[in-house]
Design a protein around this ligand. Sequence first.
Ligand SMILES: Cc1cc2nc3c(=O)[nH]c(=O)nc-3n(C[C@H](O)[C@H](O)[C@H](O)COP(=O)(O)OP(=O)(O)OC[C@H]3O[C@@H](n4cnc5c(N)ncnc54)[C@H](O)[C@@H]3O)c2cc1C
Length: 716
Amino acid sequence: MKLTSLMLRRCVTWPLCNDSCCSFCLKRGLWGSHMHDTFPAMEDPSPRVLLYILRRDARLSDNPIFHAASATLNLNTSTKPVHTSDTHIRNDSFLPDQDFPSFTHLLPVYIFPSNQVEVSGFLPDPAMESPYPKAKSRIAGFWRTGNHRAKFMAEGAWDLKEKLRGLGCGSDLQIRVGKTGEVVENILQWYTEEKNAGRSIVDVAGIWMTADEGQEEKDDEADVQRIASEREVAFKAWADEKYYIDNRDLPLKDIADLPNIYTTYRKSLEPLRSRPRPSIPAPIQLPPSPPQVPPQQHPFEIPTSREGLVKALLKPLEDDPSHGLPCPPQWPPETKSSHPFLGGETAAHERLRHLISDGALSTYKETRNGMIGIDYSTKLSGFLAQGHITARQMHWAMTDFEEGRGPGAQIPDYGKGENNGTAGVRFELLWRDYMHLCARKFGNRMFHLDGIQDSSKTRKSGDVEPDDSHHEQRSPHKRWKGVHQSGDLGDTPERTREVFCRFRSGRTGIGLIDAANREVFLTGYTSNRARQNVASFLSNSSHLGIDWRVGAEWYEYLLIDYDMASNWGNWQYVAGVGNDPRQGRVFNPVKQALDYDPQGEYIKAWVPELRQLPLMKSVAMNKQEIDEQKLMGLYQAWRLGDWDKDRLGLRGVEWVESPLIKIQFSVSRGRGRGGSEGRGRGRAWRGRNRGNERGKTRLEVEKQIANVQIADGTGG
Ligand SMILES: Cc1cc2nc3c(=O)[nH]c(=O)nc-3n(C[C@H](O)[C@H](O)[C@H](O)COP(=O)(O)OP(=O)(O)OC[C@H]3O[C@@H](n4cnc5c(N)ncnc54)[C@H](O)[C@@H]3O)c2cc1C
């Protein structure tokens, strides 16, 4: 709904002041006298706009800024809880202490930042040039945001737009593209010019945004703060509240005190279940959008539909459909994505409700290492990364279930307190918090070749760190093959690029790695188990030994759930330059496949060339068992016999005949199932009998690499 100037003359807070708590009146000592329709003696006050810049906080519920914007107008008397526990009283009482600017209108603006998301698709004419450099990664030159995440982000922004409009109080979300500071500058400039020209009476009263951890985000925030200060507009960066434990409740005086080992950090916070703050309900009313809204800055144009928005974001990416790969993976017939979800707050809460009411969270501990299907893990990471949902909302939904409130009454664990599954999810959510605190502690070292290992570079809060993250630095202990320069390992950059290209195409010849790389390319998602194997395979010197940062950049491009801290932190961890207390471990992707894909279903789903390989053999009348030899051929196709290669049409195929790596691995008869699966993050397997799904086999690594431990299980 648009406000007309006639309406404004009646009351600037129209249509909100329909009762006795109108803040417009309150702030002017007019409480009780407000018959706004008969307010003629009052001089026209200028509409005062609060600008809210949104980035990774595209949600209405559990959003402190929307909450505050609503509450300062005293409109939050009735709110819409998302979960029963949302009705818990929020105890941080942040509102009365704050010196908020007085405002009558709220202008929420969601920005697609041009350094992270390619925005040239918003140019109305393909002949026009974008004023911004292409949003490509520093080392390998990939698009920084690929098609999967771009679409997910657009869906999230659009969902919020519809939610705001749906409040029916004149609220709306504006979508803009460009450099964050420039977008803000343009908005302020436009209002100033309109006012100077007598076309507007709008004043900008303040700018709010949510702080974020990455250096780029901090730079954007600093830009906005500077612009606000130059124009004497109040600025506030709100704490990012999408994490499990609120920043204000951290047991750290200084970020430098963050332990470098997750377990130490976790133990300082247990029991985790008692830690999160209550979440904040969604406001049911907000100040309306201002009567005049500045347009998108030239030369870009913002589409007026969700489909148009997605199209504009995908256009530049689709102009390069192979993503630089001569043989990009093709969607295998009948295989389904494990992540078919639309982005946005609505979809996030639907997903959470489904997980609770289907009991998937209760069984999480047993299923989380799965690789096929939708419900083996929460698949909430993408929503969390974009701020469509918060970790504490997940916590409170689980708490409701544990305490017998809300959905899930038919599940046996309902009302029986915390169970292994819900505790497991909380454990992982704390991992996410921890990664983001590591990003705060180590700053740009998250992007360094030698990782966060050099503790002398740890910064104190407030320290400014020079941005030398793009320099290829040599770790004193480790060396990698570079895609631009030799790593002095007898490699050439040309050959490394060729190998990396085969890796990205899912054509290494190692079944688990190829399946995972094809899956993530086609869907934007792959399981934690698969990610660990892929990262280890790329970065470890006993496998490809390639600069792990190009792997992290490739994931940044592909992942729906890309999150700077979680992505770079996990890559470092697996590459052995992060905060893994037991460095030097390697995932053996054949053993991992045997443990986590014992029937080869995952590999067959994503590598259809191997589907027709029969894995069962008859051992007695009516008795079949897995043919170990064929299974090994599925895990590494070079091990297939000529007969199978011919039958599958794989003779002469490069990844079959010339795999990038041959892993010597055999299965021999042994004493049966032994050892427990273990829950640690990277439990080392030392060749002892640890059993597997099928049991009755003893696994042996045939001297794969001297002095290398083979990682078996992980957390994360
Ligand atoms: C090389 C590599 C790169 C990764 N990149 C990302 C990334 O960019 N973004 C991202 O969110 N996760 C990343 N992860 C962590 C993890 O793989 C994903 O969070 C998880 O697979 C997402 O699926 P889910 O939501 O079903 O997770 P669940 O198993 O359901 O876990 C619940 C939530 O806990 C958090 N979580 C779980 N494991 C981790 C972990 N190891 N580190 C941090 N948070 C975790 C996530 O927010 C997740 O949504 C990466 C892991 C590896 C090994």
